[in-house]
Design a protein around this ligand. Structure first.
Ligand code: FAD
Length: 455
């Protein structure tokens, strides 16, 4: 057994849960502190055919970072920021570096690594890469994938490889899916290789950011405004987030602003980032007024401290719902969160249909909030016991079928993991699934990496 592996019961239990609400106790836990140790561990696992599941911050909502078979490989010990080059605007980091800490360090140098999952304080760079994490600002900057330029990866054989984006503007050599090996690993949820190190592309921090919280009397007006904000040419939002009435109540309570915008049944939060110019506040207010916003109650968040306040307000919603869901674990209940997305113009109709399905099933309305500008809301349901969880899952599946019928995806952000695996075949064709299996077989012929995730 490798020196970094333990089978101690307490340690195994400490790595047995993530944000999915499920518990899977691994047979052993390995806590390497270097890429060399990861390679040794994978070689040993390959020789004995032992399954090996990588884990970072274990914030997965889909049980992707837990396992009850073989080794749980925690990458948290690989936590060095190797290099930050402010001139080339690149950074080289180990997989276990925490995203939030890394971003604060960059900010001190006037640099930005844009991916901003709500969970970023607990997320590792390796986990963000493995899940292609995204967030509110993905609207403007794209998800993690586009910011990764090279990876060091331990393959399932234990071979350590460095893959780098070709950096070409044109390329017709061979199939697209084989042209850039970085893309094999980004979003592969630990199933194709173990990321030990990453080279990331950085942006300059914007000189000025202003946020606006815009209240609306009804959902239709708010979602109409979202589409208009996407299409407007005189504003350039880096995020467009929607909060329905229930989410707004939680956000208001988090700011101790329960009296704010009493007539509002929804809110849209937008952010503009500029290189120093004044953000187009008048254009935003005009757009809001044109969509029946409650213009007198618009809140402006200008400056770091105000923006932190806005962030706290928005992030209070998932945090509150996680706490509520955790109360029902003993009874087989939990928070159930969707992360489907549709083309943004179809969001209002899809939310209306999702609400109809909930109402027909007679279960409580979920809290709906999130990345409306990308057509990507979260529905947060609270299931109080096993029976209500099953009823909720049936409603979610019916919603997903509708989402797919209008050209959407069953997962825009949190990945498939183990929890959503049964929904992948609703979206991917038999040929697409076969291609995924072929890639998996090629890169992990023994099937030892993160068994049970994705396919
Ligand atoms: C409150 C809350 C809010 C969230 N908000 C968002 C959000 O806004 N956007 C978003 O995208 N996600 C969000 N998530 C989901 C989650 O935080 C992300 O998927 C995140 O990227 C997972 O990172 P992690 O370090 O916690 O990885 P883990 O949960 O530990 O692992 C996730 C997956 O990555 C694999 N993995 C981890 N490290 C490596 C590695 N080094 N090499 C290969 N595979 C690896 C694991 O095997 C697993 O499949 C949220 C979760 C919570 C609990």
């Amino acid at each position: 057994m490798h020196r970094t592996v333990t089978t101690d019961e307490d340690v195994r239990r400490a790595f047995a849960s993530d944000a999915s609400g499920l518990v899977l106790v691994p047979e052993g836990v390995a806590r390497p502190t270097s890429a060399g140790e990861v390679v040794e561990l994978v070689k040993e696992a390959a020789a004995s055919g032992t399954p090996i599941t990588a884990a970072g911050g274990q914030t997965s909502t889909t049980a992707a970072s837990i396992t009850d078979t073989g080794l749980l490989l925690s990458l948290r010990g690989l936590d060095r920021v190797i290099d930050i080059d402010p001139v080339a605007r690149t950074a080289r980091v180990e997989a276990g570096v925490l995203l939030g800490e890394f971003k604060r360090r960059l900010a001190a140098d006037g640099l930005l690594f844009p991916p901003d999952p709500t969970s970023e304080e607990d997320v590792t760079i390796g986990g963000a890469i493995a899940c292609n994490a995204s967030g509110a600002r993905t609207l403007r900057y794209g998800a993690t994938r586009v910011h990764v330029t090279a990876l060091r990866v331990a393959l399932a054989t234990g071979e350590l490889v460095e893959v780098r984006r070709p950096g070409l503007e044109k390329n017709t050599a061979g199939y697209a899916l084989a042209q850039d090996a970085v893309d094999w690993f980004v979003g592969s949820e630990g199933t194709l290789g173990i990321v030990v190190e990453a080279e990331l592309a950085l942006l300059p921090s914007p000189a000025r950011v202003v946020g606006l919280a815009i209240p609306f009397r009804d959902e239709g007006a708010a979602l109409g405004f979202v589409v208009a904000a996407r299409l407007a040419t005189n504003v350039l939002p880096r995020c467009i987030e929607y909060f329905d009435g229930l989410a707004l109540d939680i956000a208001r309570a988090a700011r101790a602003e329960t009296a704010w915008a009493p007539a509002a049944a929804g809110m849209v939060y937008v952010e503009e980032a500029t290189d120093g110019d004044d953000p187009p506040l008048d254009a935003w207010l005009e757009l809001a007024e044109g969509h029946d916003a409650i213009a007198d109650d618009v809140l402006v968040f200008d400056g770091d401290s105000a923006l932190r306040d806005a962030r706290r307000m928005r992030h209070a919603v998932p945090a509150h719902m996680n706490e509520r869901g955790a109360q029902y674990r003993q009874a087989g209940g939990r928070k159930l969160s969707t992360d489907w997305a549709v083309p943004f113009r179809k969001l209002a109709d899809t939310i209306a249909e999702a609400r109809r399905l909930v109402s027909d099933a007679g279960i409580p309305m979920p809290v709906i909030y999130g990345h409306a500008g990308s057509g990507h809301p979260h529905q947060n349901f609270i299931a109080e016991d096993t029976a209500s969880r099953e009823r909720t899952e049936a409603v979610i599946e019916a919603t997903l079928r509708h989402v797919l019928a209008v050209g959407g995806t069953v997962s825009a952000e949190h990945g498939i993991g183990k929890v959503k695996r049964r929904w992948l075949p609703l979206q991917a064709s038999a040929q697409q699934l076969a291609v995924m299996r072929a890639v998996k077989r090629e890169l992990d012929p023994q099937g030892i990496l993160a068994p049970g995730n994705v396919i």
